[in-house]
Design a protein around this ligand. Structure first.
Ligand code: NAP
Length: 247
């Protein structure tokens, strides 16, 4: 057994930047061809695809707004035949829970939950025929420790994990593993602004037993492990990579 992904084709949603970009690069390092996805054309996405091509792998950028179910279905059609599906893109809106609008609820649940269902429904079929597949959803430490101002976001991640557990049991006989990897506080674009407040940053750091934020690469290695042959006996799990924050 090894960590190689040679000959595999992966779709990593939300891989123009942040955790998704580190996962895309790590899967390519393992030997996979990788579809880089993001919501709209971006130089960052092009740059990640270029880095993957520079490793000798195939890569293309596909844009699709996952808050829109029709765009999600189009993405699935374009990525049909992928052996590895990483459900990483998410929308996170921070505000007092009484003020969450219907539109904000729909954006978060469409991107964080419904798009996962739509992509898995479509991309798992060819995996079943090949008797090999890997699905990794990116969850959150907020499934266990919800932030008071991210009510819909945290519950959408719990809902996604519900899908993952159910499907892991249903797809196991077809050689497909289905898992969640749940990050803690990882220093990316989405939290740079909040963490620039020194009082909030101190509170957050004190809530993490190891005493520091994670980097996007802290997540990527475990995703590669799950996608490799070494991961073949791991399914239906929710693996927290959070410096102990969920404890
Ligand atoms: P990020 O840096 O904010 O990047 C988000 C990625 O998702 C980008 O590629 C973005 O594409 C894409 N995306 C955003 N909205 C989209 C939409 N409507 N349709 C399609 N793609 C969309 O995110 P991150 O911090 O790396 O987070 C990655 C994953 O880890 C998410 O699922 C997040 O919930 C989870 N997570 C993160 C943390 C953390 O501390 N960072 C903690 C727990 C869980 P564009 O470039 O086009 O915008």
């Amino acid at each position: 057994m090894d960590f190689n992904l040679n000959g595999k084709r992966a779709l990593v949603t939300g891989s123009s930047r942040g955790i998704g970009s580190a996962i895309a690069l790590e899967l390519a390092r393992g030997g996979a061809d990788v579809i880089v996805h993001c919501s709209r054309p971006s130089k960052k996405a092009d740059n990640i695809a270029q880095q993957i091509q520079d490793m000798g792998r195939k890569s293309e950028v596909i844009t699709a707004d996952l808050t829109n179910p029709e765009s999600t279905i189009e993405l699935a059609e374009k990525a049909m035949g992928a052996d590895i599906l990483v459900l990483n893109a998410s929308v996170q809106i921070r505000k007092p829970w009484q003020e969450i609008t219907v539109a904000e609820y729909i954006m978060q649940t469409n991107c964080n939950y419904l798009s996962s269902l739509l992509l898995m429904q479509r991309l798992s079929r060819p995996m079943q025929e090949k008797k090999w597949g890997r699905i990794v959803a990116i969850g959150s430490v907020q499934e266990l420790k919800p932030h008071p101002q991210m009510l819909v976001y945290s519950s959408s991640k719990c809902a996604q994990t519900g899908l993952i557990k159910s499907l892991a049991a249903q797809l196991a006989k077809d050689g497909i593993t289905v898992n969640t990897v749940a990050p803690g506080v990882i220093y990316t674009d989405r939290n740079i602004e909040a963490l620039s407040d020194p009082v909030y940053a101190r509170q957050v750091t004190e809530s993490i037993p190891v005493g520091f934020y994670g980097q996007k690469e802290d997540i990527a290695g475990t995703v590669r492990l799950l996608c490799s042959d070494f991961g073949r006996y791991i399914t239906g799990q929710n693996i927290f990579i959070d410096g102990g924050k969920s404890l």
